[in-house]
Unconditional design. Sequence first.
Length: 552
Amino acid sequence: MLTSLHIRNVVLIDQLDLELDAGLLALTGETGAGKSILLDSLGLALGARAESSLVRHGCDQASVTAVFDVPDAHPVFDVLREQGLDPVSPVVCRRLLSADGRSRAFINDEAVSISFLKSCGDMLVDIHGQFETYGLLNPALHLDVLDEYAGLEGGRGDLMQLYRIFRDAQKAFVEERARAERAAEHEDFLRRAVEDLEKLDPQENEETELLDQRRSLQNRAAIFEVLALAQDSLGGEQGADMLIGQTGRSLLRLADKIEGLDVIHESLNQASIHLQGACRAVDDKLYALQSGGHSLEEIEDRLYALRGAARKYGVSVAELAGVRVDYAAQIIALDHQGVHLQQLEKVIDGARAAYEDKAQELHQARLVFAQKLDKAVNGELAPLKLDKATFLTQVDLRVSEEDWSDKGISRVQFLVRTNAGGDAGPLNKIASGGEMARFMLALKLVLAGAARVTRSYVFDEIDTGIGGATASAVGERLARLALHHQVMVVTHSPQVASKARCHLVVSKDSGKTHVSRLDDGARREEIARMLSGSAITDEARAASAKLLEAVT
């Protein structure tokens, strides 16, 4: 509930701090005292449209802060979490408005957008004026209102999941069919491309390997010359191997004449062994160079073919192997597209059936609860001087799949008939301002009894144009609504004001608006003023006391 409201520099209010109670709060005062300014200030704190004219003359900035005590299970906490804000109570909504029209919004001292402030404000307070054009008068919200009254939120959650499955299946079918159609348009191209690529047979990393081979072949002459020289130097007739052998044999003939020559001979043998190994390695390299691999011309032709294919299909040479696989897969899909699409259609049919079953279940429940809602609301109308009127919840079936949604296949609209035999129509088109306010009171009273979330309600001059027993009936219903929710009512009716648990009076002095909390004696005097006008009579005081006694 709204626990306090702090206003600074708004029109006639320079500084005002209000502490508010639970239950029914009456706000009274003479016309022009500034009651509407209080509601404008509250609306500002809740994200309503701001105008620079609200800033008090001579001031640079206006500010309004509304503080709410919110129970743990309130859905506003989920919205705060999604925004990255701490879900803590109290929830403090603050709005700053500069004289140049610029506006800033805060929740729990964290800067937020005006639209986000409004979305949270709508969850915390329901403001109803005599000429309201939003809220329950918006047909787009009527289905949600009926579902909340009927307690169908759980079924709605299941339906949303089934709807997503159904729409996802339809999307998969459409995408697959589009792919098949595109493939069919290019079937000849695909088949020729696969045939060409099968013949070309591009391999992964082939271009890199060919470039390495080409680089080696381009240096072949120089490499061959060096290897041939090495072969001759190591193993030729005058090569190192021949000279080492001749030297070893010469030393061997002198072995019995010179001591220690056998050690030298053995070293030369080891050197000869290693040298022969080197000779064989050089011979192998020469043989490979002379006889192995592709010729430079063959490599150039292969690179030309690969790069030509890459240009033809608009890819790199490295991607050719993947293109071959992709095109082959598209041909397979073409050859089997009929079967695949049939399978997807079966998935759609199953998802549609599951969705329709649940949607029909919810639709039937809505029909049942629509009748209960109508009966409950119509039961409140006669005492509100609407005895010839009828409230009707119209629940229609959305036949076209295009109109289905994650909320089901029902279309819900609240209608009223103000005279027996007349046509039913939208509330804001059929009822007058006063009638509409009383219709809304009856509807909100019924809905409040089934609501699972407490909130604050504000009614602005709901009693316009009524008096006596009807005004008393309005007051009684506001008091009943206040058993479940905090209710603030701006009223000129003594019968309504007398039902309040807390009474605030708005007055204007020296161009400034003031708000006072009335004790029992002052309250009797204020209600007497409302009964008789500026000249308060003893009869008015007696009638005031009687009204208050009837409440207690």
